[in-house]
Design a protein. Structure first.
Lengths: 361, 291
């Protein structure tokens, strides 16, 4: 008796039980705690918060654990939870020049006000596996907290009008692609939101492609900074801003190819990246792609994938991408059957025409 | 963290209202793809999130829900979606097509004719019938606005030139009420005629692509074709090995590694109903279908 399609419900339940078993692993090994994930896999937590669009280290750690370390699955868990949260308003814009900086480098100037600050970085480490590195290390070196202000490189250059200014605040509420379907052409607010939520690997590859000539725009890492900021919110009933908490963000200001027109003196253009936590690769890639996507407004010819906003914005979301790619696992018996029928018919017709062909030869 | 308390049918009322507005617009302009602010659902994009949002928006406490995938009530994704609504809405579910008030489906239209007061909700992966001919949304929206469907006819013509037949066997494009060309979702073209003049409301939800469209009851739905190459319904020329039906769409099941195969109804409820009524044993043994 044909029963292949039966028992779906039991099969699903059993699969989920098996999954839970595999997730736990060897019961003789202590179970991972959320604290461990939150404090020792910090960059994984940062990535999940970014692409999950939710700043909550504990929930991100839970998602990573539940997803067995599959970060896209963890991002998906966080997104689905986020979609159920009520919105009570938008925060005040954060000011990254007021950041309590933990890392700040500029590749454009040897020294600059506030100095270069390496901070916790993989840069210049020798990538040698070090089994001992899991043990406690020396205490970090201490220094007096810098009191000097740390102006953004783009502001320094901007004061000489050498780089384009930040766009003026028009007072318009920025768009939100989680509440309105994305349409094209998309303005920069929506593009940046899309990129901030976008898959790091996808943006990395696109950013890389611009460096290799597919939409080249001569980038300099004007500044990369990472540190902590207070987020403020103005409740309508109070009328003044109150702090909601502190978050860590990374920011990249890319300085790109200059341009001028008959009426405007030449100045550098900019690409921008901002994301939660410590995630330089992400914000640098984002800044490269942001600049590439500005081709239309800067009167550049759109010819490379990274400049094509419909292509980039439609495919950057890894939750959408993984869902659609993996849906190929779902049954397609019916469509396949319909195709089989056609191919068999075409083959029959082909076979029937064979002798005629031979005769003609 | 405390256990999350979800609204009836999961979505909050604001979201449902937004979706219902999109549905109303879709019903008012049959076949037109209405953009909507699709939400992230707790199941993957591409696995029915559009259909699930539409069902959640139209479902009431008194509704009786049926969920099918490939025509069957017991395929894994149908089971999963049905369980989701049992859990979040507590509605009564059924496998009986006639008893259901809302039917969510992937890839099939039930064999049992639908009635007025029933809603059929399709899960749609790619709502744009022109997408594989023109990847740009900006361009396809313009083509729909101008009813510029020449490209589709050229594609169908090229099929005939290459293969001698229109080589589209599922997701076969239709024209709705003489205006919009519409993707019926990847149902086999066998099901296309069921959409025409159907007493039930047909709603289509594409979550990842953020589109909803509709065919109101008793709407004219025509499969695209040419005078000299009229639309043909395809079904394997055989009868169901279980119920003996010679008019249902059949699934092919491979029974061994020596070329053995049998054909059974893809619509499990239809098949069981016929067997219940007639209580006849399978009229075609596996052997007979082998060749």
């Amino acid at each position: 008796m044909y029963v292949a399609a039966k028992g779906g419900e039991r099969a699903i339940e059993n699969a989920h039980r098996l999954l839970a078993h595999e997730r736990r692993g060897d019961p003789a090994v202590p179970e991972l705690t959320l604290d461990q994930i939150e404090s020792q896999l910090t960059l994984a937590v940062d990535r999940v918060m970014n692409e999950g669009s939710l700043y909550d280290r504990e929930l991100a750690a839970l998602a990573i654990k539940q997803a067995r370390g599959d970060l896209i699955e963890a991002i998906f868990l966080l997104r689905a939870f986020r979609a159920t949260l009520p919105r009570f308003g938008a925060s005040e814009p954060i000011d990254t020049s007021a950041m309590a900086v933990r890392r700040r480098i500029s590749a454009a100037f040897k020294d600059l006000p506030g100095g270069q600050l390496l901070g916790p970085t993989f840069d210049y480490t020798h990538r040698l596996l070090e089994p001992q590195s899991t043990e406690a290390q020396d205490e970090p070196a201490q220094a007096e907290a810098a009191t000097a202000s740390m102006p953004r490189v783009t502001d320094l250059l901007g004061s000489d009008d050498l780089v384009e200014q930040s766009p003026p605040d028009t007072g318009e509420t920025p768009g939100d692609l989680t509440h309105d379907p994305l349409g094209f052409p998309a303005d920069r607010d929506l593009r940046l939101q899309n990129l901030a939520r976008g898959d790091e690997g996808f943006l990395l590859a696109l950013g890389y492609s611009t460096q290799r000539g597919y939409g080249r725009n001569h980038p300099f890492a004007g500044e990369i900074r990472m540190g902590d900021l207070e987020v403020e919110f103005t409740p309508p009933e109070l009328g003044f801003a109150v702090p909601l908490g502190r978050i860590t963000v990374s920011e990249c200001q890319m300085i790109n190819q200059f341009r001028g027109t008959a009426t405007e003196a030449p100045r550098f253009t900019r690409g921008y990246g901002l994301a939660f936590g410590h995630c330089e690769r992400k914000v640098m890639s984002m800044a490269l792609v942001d600049r590439a996507l500005r081709a239309r407004e800067l009167d550049e010819e759109v010819k490379a994938p990274a400049q094509d906003e419909e292509f980039v914005l439609s495919h950057s979301d890894n939750v959408q991408a993984t869902g659609f790619v993996e849906h190929l696992k779902l049954p397609h018996y019916v469509d396949f059957q319909a195709e089989l029928g056609l191919v068999r018919k075409l083959r029959d017709e082909f076979a029937a025409s064979e002798p005629v062909k031979e005769a003609a030869e | 963290m405390t256990a999350a308390a979800y609204n009836f049918a999961y979505l909050d009322e604001q979201t449902k209202r937004m979706i219902r507005r999109a549905i109303l617009k879709a019903v008012a302009v049959p076949g037109y793809q209405v953009p909507f602010a699709s939400r992230e659902m707790p199941m993957p994009y591409g696995w029915g999130t559009g259909g699930v949002q539409v069902t959640a928006a139209v479902l009431g406490p008194d509704d009786v829900l049926k969920v099918i995938d490939q025509g069957a009530d017991d395929t894994t994704n149908a089971v999963s979606i049905r369980k989701f609504f049992v859990k979040t809405a507590g509605v009564r579910t059924t496998t009986d097509t006639g008893e259901a008030t809302v039917i969510q489906t992937r890839h099939r239209i039930p064999e049992t004719p639908l009635k007025a007061n029933q809603i059929l909700v399709f899960q749609v992966p790619i709502p744009e019938p022109l997408r594989y001919l023109e990847p740009r949304e900006t361009e396809t929206r313009r083509m729909h606005a101008l009813a510029d469907y020449g490209l589709m006819h050229v594609k169908l013509y090229e099929d005939i030139a290459h293969h001698g037949h229109i080589a589209t066997t599922y997701a076969y494009p239709v024209k709705v009420q003489g205006r919009y060309v519409m993707d019926p979702s990847p149902t086999p073209k066998f099901d296309n005629p069921k959409m025409n003049d159907c007493p039930a409301l047909q709603l289509f939800g594409a979550g990842r692509e953020k589109r909803i469209y509709a065919i109101p009851p008793y709407t004219n739905v025509v499969s695209l074709d040419f005078e000299d190459h009229p639309f043909e319904r395809y079904r394997f020329d055989g009868i169901c090995a279980l119920c003996g039906s010679d008019e249902s769409f059949l699934d092919e099941v491979i029974t061994d590694d020596r070329g053995g195969r049998m054909f059974v109804c893809s619509d499990t409820d239809y098949c069981q109903g016929r067997r219940g009524e007639k209580s006849a044993p399978p009229t075609v043994p596996t052997e007979a279908a082998r060749d």
